[in-house]
Design a protein around this ligand. Structure first.
Ligand code: AMP
Length: 397
């Protein structure tokens, strides 16, 4: 059980609080095109303002590769945050991130004021977790708050290194939610516990499959990776996406499921076409019916029904990866059906980040899920059972 101190466990009145946020937003010609991450950061920031902290925000943005790149400056974020918060967020413009400007800005702060530092990846030390930059960041603060889950699987100066040089390091509300759901609900699930895995490749989710087989009651496989399992089962899979090197592994996982009494489900029918395209004819085929020149691009209707039934009585469901090529309308039905099934059940539903989070939101089921993770890579590593450096670094309760 992960039990980390949070912003609710500390008193920041009059203290300088450095908050690592995830302000890695898409920008087009200096304009923010999706501000979800800014909005998501507000509860933690507002709480610290209300408690009378001097709030110093920091984040990375894109990949400036260790040098100042004006197009990756956080200046537009400071301007938008000012509007969202209804109070000034002063931008401490400093190519060195923690240079004279930033130091002077922090020294002049009053309780409840907010400043934003420049892109932490302007400094080459950031991604290498070099002490010098960690110490520079820590020199600005009495307390550190980590609210950036998207980078929690990386040990960088601004989320891990800095914690060594401050007395108090806690998590913010966003991080706390990720820990509660992806960490604790998955490790101490209310049963039945069902995992649904899809997406393109077995190879990228090996450790997730292996780890979840030790925990779940049912494991549902869909997406491109299902065809490697179907091949391991001796089925004809035509030109479907197959990873030959992982057929034996898929077989091993099916054997492991049997030995552990886990109900492992793979598709019984597929929507197929002769090309990876939305502009060619498509049809649904059952077991043994796929032609050698066809490829599977979605789960079929029978499979949709079986999968929906399999989650009906679940109490915890975790889902990572789409059931088909949902970006193409002809092959989105399987992913829609699973999203609908999860929206209708009375269970804790947790969506791992990346494509499945995007799919659930695009398809309009976002508000029906208990938790949609904000971190792609970080959520996968959590599901693999790994310890995330950004989480470990926060103080225990
Ligand atoms: P991942 O990043 O591994 O979660 O994979 C997500 C991608 O898998 C999406 O872009 C889907 O289009 C793709 N995908 C899902 N099902 C299939 C399939 N049957 N064949 C090829 N790609 C697929």
């Amino acid at each position: 059980m992960l039990n980390k101190k949070s912003v609710d466990d500390i008193n920041v009145k009059g203290k300088r609080v450095l908050v690592r946020c995830d302000f890695n937003v898409p920008l087009q010609e200096g304009k923010i095109t999706d501000e979800n991450r800014l909005v998501a950061a507000l509860p933690t920031i507002k709480k610290l303002i209300a408690d009378g902290g001097k709030v110093i925000l920091c984040s990375h943005l894109g990949k400036p590769k260790g040098e100042p790149k004006p197009e990756l400056s956080l200046a537009p974020v400071a301007a938008r945050l000012t509007e969202l918060l209804g109070q000034e967020v002063k931008f401490a413009k400093d190519d060195n991130v923690v240079g004279e400007n930033a130091k002077a800005a922090v020294a002049a702060m009053k309780d409840g004021e907010v400043i934003l530092l420049e892109n932490t990846r302007y400094r080459a030390e950031e991604t290498k977790n070099v002490e010098e930059f960690s110490k520079d960041l820590a020199s600005l603060a009495d307390v550190f708050v980590n609210d950036a889950f998207g980078t929690a699987h990386r040990a960088h100066c601004s989320n891990v290194g800095v914690t060594k040089f401050v007395d108090t390091a806690v998590v913010g509300y966003l991080m706390q939610k990720e820990i509660d759901f992806l960490g604790n609900a998955v490790n101490k699930p209310e049963r039945p516990f069902v995992a649904i895995l899809g997406g393109s490749k077995v190879s990228s989710k090996i450790s997730v499959i292996n780890n979840l087989l030790d925990k779940v009651d049912t494991l549902i496989i869909g997406g491109g990776m299902a065809y490697t399992f179907m091949k391991a089962n001796g089925e004809e899979v035509g030109k479907s996406l197959i990873e030959e090197d992982y057929v034996a592994y898929a077989k091993e996982m099916m054997d492991k499921a049997k030995a552990k009494n886990v109900n492992l489900l793979i598709p019984v029918d597929s929507v197929v076409a002769k090309e990876f395209s939305n502009d060619v004819p498509f049809r649904t085929v059952g077991e043994g019916e796929m032609a050698a020149d066809e490829l599977g691009l979605d789960i079929g209707e029978k499979t949709q029904k079986i999968y929906a039934d399999a989650v009906k009585d679940a109490k915890t469901v975790v889902w990572n990866g789409p059931m088909g090529v949902f970006e193409m309308s002809n092959f989105a039905a399987g992913t829609v059906a699973v999203a609908k099934a999860l929206a209708e059940i009375n269970a804790t539903t947790i969506i791992g980040g990346g494509d499945s989070a995007a799919a659930v939101n695009i398809l309009g089921f976002g508000d029906k899920m208990t938790h949609i993770s904000t971190g792609g890579g970080a959520s996968l590593e959590f599901l693999e059972g790994k310890e995330l450096p950004g989480v470990v670094a926060a103080n225990d309760k």
